[in-house]
Design a protein around this ligand. Sequence first.
Ligand code: NAD
Ligand code: LMR
Length: 340
Amino acid sequence: IFGNNITVRPATITKTRPNTIKVTASFKVAILGAAGGIGQPLSLLVKMSPLVSDLHLYDIANVKGVAADLSHCNTPSKVRDFTGATELPNCLQDIDIVVIPAGVPRKPGMTRDDLFNINASIVKTLVEAVADNCPNAFIHVISNPVNSTVPIAAEILKQKGVYNPKKLFGVTTLDVVRANTFVSQKKNLKLIDVDVPVIGGHAGITILPLLSKTKPRVSFSDEEVAELTGRIQNGGTEVVEAKAGAGSATLSMAYAAARFLESCLRALDGDGDVYECAFVESEVTELPFFASRVKIGKDGVEAVIGGDLEGLTEFEKKGLEALKGELQGSIEKGVAFANK
Ligand code: NAD
Ligand code: LMR
């Protein structure tokens, strides 16, 4: 259901009767900000995962009802709710993957960086608790501005002496999901086959789709490249404007976050063939964090795939050079905030 990158690994499945499969649910997931616009549909999608045994939902308010509601679904995971800072440590005990969509969303006219003042503190506080209670968990940061909140998380984890760069991910899957959708519509391709790597960061021009690396191979005119690139870069704003003050992408984001989570769960479960784009600590450019395809394994990032940056078109090369200044500034802003 999450598109072309998802396959069910035969080894995790036991046939019990003809047409019946049994998948062992064994991973514990916590969602911080679970009562929000992303948090609620994401919690539902995670509740549907056969790989999840425990689903911990945390928010500062309104999470009891969400958890009660979800807990009636007859899927394997056990749902528990946690409200407020005093319950956060319990929420995080023994957790394998923490997903963080807590924070305020954009309104029309705002940039993601305009959310920095509120969301930086929220992410800092939550990551401190993660460091204290489940330092070995994978951390998926959704809260914007991702280009700054991920460096903030890294600095907090360093201050606590538990930073593992292989386990900290900025979730940029929505950019890939949008790119795949828009390209398949434009070129009349079967959606399930389309895969477009999106590199850089997660804001405006820092979102750089590599259309020349689209699978299956497909050619684009210069006009198509310019139009598709612009639409992918502004996909978030398209939704913010359509919602007209009622928030930003929530449903497509929940879908994208669930796809990324499911990929990480498969990696934890031993699948040796899991690749996703994500914003991670990186050496593929001179920037300390960069989104690109990464291979994910049981211990987190196994390899950052730099190969996608070779053989770029002139348009992509220019886009790559153009994004570096803004991305560097956002990274430095996050680092400075965490260390002030
Ligand atoms: P929302 O306002 O609907 O939900 C946010 C939730 O976070 C609320 O339930 C709120 O109570 C909770 N929250 C606030 N402070 C908290 C704290 N200290 N601890 C725990 N929970 C807290 O917003 P949303 O639409 O769900 O968006 C959430 C964030 O995700 C925003 O920053 C938005 O910009 C970002 N986002 C990122 C992407 C991406 O691609 N990475 C996509 C869409 C949205
Ligand atoms: C998105 O890409 O939809 C999110 O980052 C939310 C936003 O503010 O655009």
